[in-house]
Write a protein that binds this ligand. Structure first.
Ligand code: NAG
Ligand code: NAG
Ligand code: NAG
Ligand code: NAG
Ligand code: NAG
Length: 551
């Protein structure tokens, strides 16, 4: 066994070993069904009474709520991805600290980004003297299978077609392909994805649980109707409240996500232009870049394959398969095929895709994100929404049962491409500080990274707190004021690009009243009707940096 490992580890990457023969099932799709269709749940229920029927629960005194953001001396860091196996071959880690999982764009598991957004003195812990009054969480679903019909399954079809028709054979580092099968479904949350949301719920209770004392009725949390969205929201709630009781401790509002339905957490359905040709800006930019960064990779890998003529898209698919197989199956043989530089190239392809299709370079982005901003302002000011001309749904947003305004804690579940539109709508201009992303090289001082904005289980937290002005600004006044700030994956985001929040603050704070004024101005400057409904083209090159065409 040991000698086999050594032998494989010593295989020179540049020389092909003799071709091994491929199985005809290579690339075929495998699925499983659990529970077994013959199993019924009720047959044995008299043998397995539930906890209440059994009784004998032991002592159950409740302790106090935690508020670690105020009581702990330092912020905990989310860094591990157990039980995923981190690819650790000689080819993936030229820099000792290099972690390929951080270079998968929106397929990276989320991690604490530290001071990535440029505020070295700010951490998620409340500045001394401040008291938390409210928290707003917007989170992405956890790790999922690929989107239906996306490039990973297309690549599997290419392999399978070759295996059954053209004498496909793979060798060397690609030898595994001879017996590789496609085990990924589509769209659904993976077990690791469930864990991410459960963990997020637990962490949120530990950091912010004390705010539950401010509720007089049950909280309403929100998600959208897709299976992985509902699953993610329930996992969060299970982590936050506990599995025995969570279904009785809050309400989950499930907002329909489908063509023709308004939904601030899935806004593209209410923004026709965002589903038209302008949406291709991102994929066009990413393919231009892929042709450059994978120029030498395609011929390098081709040496080990007979029966398929590899192209750039196939190799991008192999990089995606590394990410998707790892977060679904715990390990992927595809990961070991790529170098550090190729992973940085892959991340940058994602950055381009998001920048131009769902970020600052896309003319419908600010409009798509503005519905959530309107909801945030309504919650901060406790003012009911009365005008419904964006992705808001008047039936839900106009009702204080489905859209309460008096909660100390708000939790909303959404998608990667929505978080990226919302941070643009919130005018977090520091993310776009280095301007439009070039398609022919990775810029030196890049500020826009998808692995920091929209990874799996990405989370944007608004902390609202009451602080003596003297504790958080250069003012001498000890009178208390309300401040707000935002943590994107635990990194504090500067708010200085927002009107009325221009004064730099080392904790990332803006007086809440000024932030609200800024957001009201933002809502007024974003032209939803034009951006989402007009017939327009974008002059090329695309130089937008603020998610809207009228600057
Ligand atoms: C608003 O939400 C309600 C409740 O789910 C739904 O019946 C209605 O169709 C939605 N309207 C729009 C325009 O999405
Ligand atoms: C749905 O969105 C459209 C477009 O913004 C808006 O005109 C309409 O009033 C909204 N419908 C509801 C029920 O909120
Ligand atoms: C909710 O709206 C109803 C009907 O408009 C109103 O009677 C009630 O007072 C409102 N409740 C709260 C908590 O604002
Ligand atoms: C948003 O940022 C842009 C710069 O990208 C600026 O021109 C605009 O005034 C800002 N709007 C608000 C309301 O902060
Ligand atoms: C949009 O404008 C173009 C050019 O003026 C025109 O050819 C096209 O038919 C228009 N599309 C729609 C949907 O009105």
């Amino acid at each position: 066994m040991l000698s086999t490992i050594l032998l494989l580890g010593a295989l020179p990457f540049a020389t092909a070993s003799p071709l091994a023969s491929a199985s005809s099932f290579a690339g075929s799709t495998e699925t499983a069904l659990y529970p077994p269709p013959s199993a019924t749940f009720s047959a044995f229920d008299t043998f397995f009474p539930d906890a209440e029927q059994v009784g004998f629960a032991g002592p159950t005194p409740t302790g106090d709520e935690a508020e670690a953001v105020a009581t702990a001396p330092a912020a905990p860091q989310k860094l591990d991805t157990y039980p995923l196996l981190n690819p650790l071959t000689e080819h993936t880690g030229e820099t000792p600290s290099f972690n390929p999982l951080r270079y998968w764009g929106n397929l990276s598991p989320w991690y604490s980004v530290g001071d990535a957004f440029g505020l070295p003195d700010a951490t998620p812990q409340l500045p001394k003297g401040c008291e938390l009054t409210q928290v707003h969480l917007l989170h992405r679903h956890g790790a999922r299978y690929p989107t239906s019909g996306d490039v990973p399954s297309q690549f599997a079809e290419v392999v399978n077609k070759a295996a059954t028709t053209t004498g496909f054979e793979a060798s060397g580092p690609l030898e595994f392909l001879n017996t590789w099968t496609y085990k990924l479904g589509a769209e659904l949350l993976t077990p690791f994805g469930r864990q991410q949301l459960y963990d997020l719920g637990v962490a949120f209770r530990v950091k912010y649980g004390d705010l539950l004392k401010g509720f007089t009725k049950l909280p309403v949390f929100r998600t959208t109707s897709e299976a992985r969205m509902v699953d993610s929201a329930l996992q969060f709630a299970a982590g936050f409240f506990g599995v025995q009781t969570y279904q009785q401790e809050y309400y989950e509002l499930i907002i329909i996500e489908e063509d023709g339905f308004n939904n601030t957490l899935a806004p593209w359905n209410a923004c026709p232009v965002s589903n038209g040709p302008l949406y291709n800006l991102g994929t066009d930019a990413a393919s231009k870049w892929a042709a450059i960064y994978l120029k030498d990779t395609v011929p390098r890998l081709q040496k080990y394959i007979k029966g398929i003529e590899l192209n750039v898209e196939d190799v991008v698919a192999m990089q995606e398969l590394c990410a998707y197989e790892t977060v679904a199956l715990g390990y992927s043989a595809f990961c070991d095929l790529f170098t550090e530089e190729e992973w940085k190239g892959y991340e940058y392809g994602n950055d381009l895709n998001f920048w131009y299709s769902d970020g600052p370079g896309q003319p419908t982005t600010a409009s798509q994100g503005i519905g959530y901003v309107q909801e945030l302002v309504a919650r901060l000011t406790q003012t009911p929404l009365t005008s419904f001309e964006t992705s808001l749904n008047s039936t839900l947003d106009g009702n204080n049962v489905t859209f309460p305004l008096d909660q100390p804690i708000y939790v909303d579940a959404t998608h990667d491409t929505v978080i990226s539109t919302i941070v643009t709508a919130l005018n977090f201009t520091s993310l776009a500080a280095n301007g439009p992303l070039p398609t022919d090289h990775i810029p030196k001082h890049q500020t826009y990274f998808v692995n920091q904005i929209a990874p799996f289980a990405s989370n944007l937290v608004a902390q609202v707190m009451s602080c003596p002005a003297s504790a958080v600004t250069s003012s001498r006044s000890s009178s208390k004021e309300s401040y707000i700030r935002f943590l994107l994956n635990d990194g504090v985001v500067p708010l200085t690009g927002i009107a009325h929040c221009e004064t730099p603050n080392k904790f990332g704070l803006c007086p809440t009243a000024d932030f609200i004024k800024g957001m009201q101005q933002r809502i007024a400057e974003v032209d939803y009707n034009f951006d989402c409904f007009a017939n327009y083209t974008l002059p090329m090159p695309d130089t937008l940096t603020n998610g809207r065409i009228i600057q």
